[in-house]
Design a protein around this ligand. Structure first.
Ligand code: AKG
Ligand code: FE2
Length: 443
């Protein structure tokens, strides 16, 4: 009998991702697509420069990683490649001494994924690699081997290759299994490498102690704030939460996002839907919405940026689930991605709109979340104005560092005011939780 068949601790983690019913890039207001990709760069000398390239127009439909067949193809690629790599390290010792090599091989697997993401955003790459690892954890040959496979999962998370939440969850199961069965050497090997990272305390002394592990962890104080905010959304349609991450973590996130904005070539002009710019022209669209955006998948090369996206997708969703009493997108479903939005100094804002452009049209965005990593002065413009119950009642929210705004996607019209020409750039990260849009907000 294979060793792990007695343990069967991992199988529930390997549930296949649901097929994607909602493609955020194909809906309207508040989203964008990249059928024509614009590559833009921010530098202190040159402002956004852009050239248009068509990265994926000639790809066969099946190779699109956002389709079900594309997802299957990606998963098969990871499963077969990972099995091949791990088969070269037959015992725990060999694996432990080659952990970094395996992480590099996993990176190579991602580079050679046989699918392309037509919307420009890889939806599930890190989730697919984790699923492949879940199968390998089940096939472990010994307690020591199991511990070392988990250590590779932990190292892969730190390399931005596997979601932190998935790695944390499988760590917990492996640890409990080893504890329960008294495999002390294996447990020590696990805790020495993975435990130190995954269970790092969140009440750190300095910003250097902040890691993607601490950023993606649910804490009682965060959960309490988000539960209270969710109840406020159900009462009034919106809620504003301050001090979401705390001083040190939010500082670290701000720096990571700023650097990402400075360096990422993936920003495109915000769009209202995928055809709008072609149909009515750039000038007309810019008048309605004048930001640059980039879709974040959680798989970003900078682990802190990826972890921030995973924070929005999973860490916030956990307490929201508890409080809202209506199912939102399950945590293992990559149906929505974070959108990083940048308004340059002098940019026009975003006209009044509702994020959900029609529950009847299949838009399932139910709850919108906007996080501000840095503060704006009141004279800088760029305020978010919400009209929660009547066009004449306006709530003005100034972007303030570490502030999160939650509102019902289908019910709360809102706009962003224009940015004054001597203002700093304004950065915001938006996320949409999908579910029943009519179940969010006052009933
Ligand atoms: O940046 C903000 O404050 C809100 C952005 C927004 O409304 C959107 O992207 O739909
Ligand atoms: Fe919006």
């Amino acid at each position: 009998m294979r060793w792990m068949t007695r343990w069967k601790i991992i199988s529930t983690l390997a549930s296949p991702r649901r097929s994607i019913a909602i493609d955020p890039s194909s809906t309207t207001v508040g989203t964008s697509s990249a059928s024509a990709r614009e590559r833009s760069c921010w530098s202190s000398r040159a402002r956004w420069s852009s050239t248009t390239t068509s990265a994926s127009t000639d790809i066969d439909d099946d190779a699109d990683g956002t389709t079900e067949s594309g997802q299957v193809r990606a998963l098969m690629h990871y499963c077969t490649s990972l099995r091949d790599v791990l088969s070269r390290f037959v015992d725990a010792e060999a694996l432990a001494s080659s952990r970094a090599v395996v992480v590099e091989r996993c990176r190579e697997m991602r580079r050679t994924l046989p699918v392309t993401y037509k919307s420009g955003t890889p939806f599930m790459s890190s989730g697919a690699l984790f699923t492949a690892f879940a199968f390998e954890l089940e096939r472990a040959r010994s307690a020591e081997h199991l511990a070392e496979i988990q250590n590779v999962v932990t190292a892969c998370a730190e390399g931005g290759l596997v979601p932190y939440h998935s790695a944390r969850e499988s760590y917990g199961r492996v640890r409990d299994a080893l504890r329960n069965h008294g495999d002390d050497d294996a447990r020590r090997a696990l805790e020495y490498f993975s435990g130190k990272r995954v269970e790092a305390p969140v009440d750190f002394a300095t910003a250097e102690d902040v890691t993607p592990w601490t950023l993606t962890r649910n804490t009682p104080s965060l959960d309490a704030k988000i539960v209270a905010a969710a109840m406020e959304v159900q009462r009034t349609g919106f809620a504003v939460v301050d001090g979401v991450l705390g001083e040190q973590t939010s500082d670290t996130v701000r720096r990571a996002l700023d650097e990402f904005v400075d360096q990422s070539p993936a920003f495109i002009k915000g769009e209202l839907d995928r055809t709008e710019r072609h149909v009515i022209g750039d000038e007309a669209v810019d008048k309605m919405r004048d930001d640059w955006i980039c879709w974040l998948s959680g798989d970003e090369d900078d682990p802190m940026v990826g972890a921030f996206c995973q924070f929005l997708r999973v860490t916030l969703l956990n307490p929201l689930h508890l409080a809202l009493g209506t199912p939102l997108a399950p945590v293992d479903s990559y149906v929505s991605n974070a959108m990083l939005s940048v308004y340059e100094p002098g940019a026009r804002g975003f006209v009044s709109h509702v994020d959900n452009c029609g529950p009847d049209l299949g838009d399932a965005r139910a709850l919108s979340a906007v996080y501000y990593p840095s503060s704006s002065g009141e004279d800088e413009g760029g305020a978010l104005k919400l009209f929660p119950d009547h066009p004449t009642r306006c709530v003005t929210v100034t972007p303030t560092a570490d502030r999160l705004v939650l509102f019902a996607s289908a019910r709360v019209p809102h706009c962003v005011t224009s940015r004054s020409s001597d203002a700093k750039r304004r950065v915001a990260a938006s996320f949409w939780y999908v579910g029943d849009p009519n179940a969010i907000g006052p009933q």
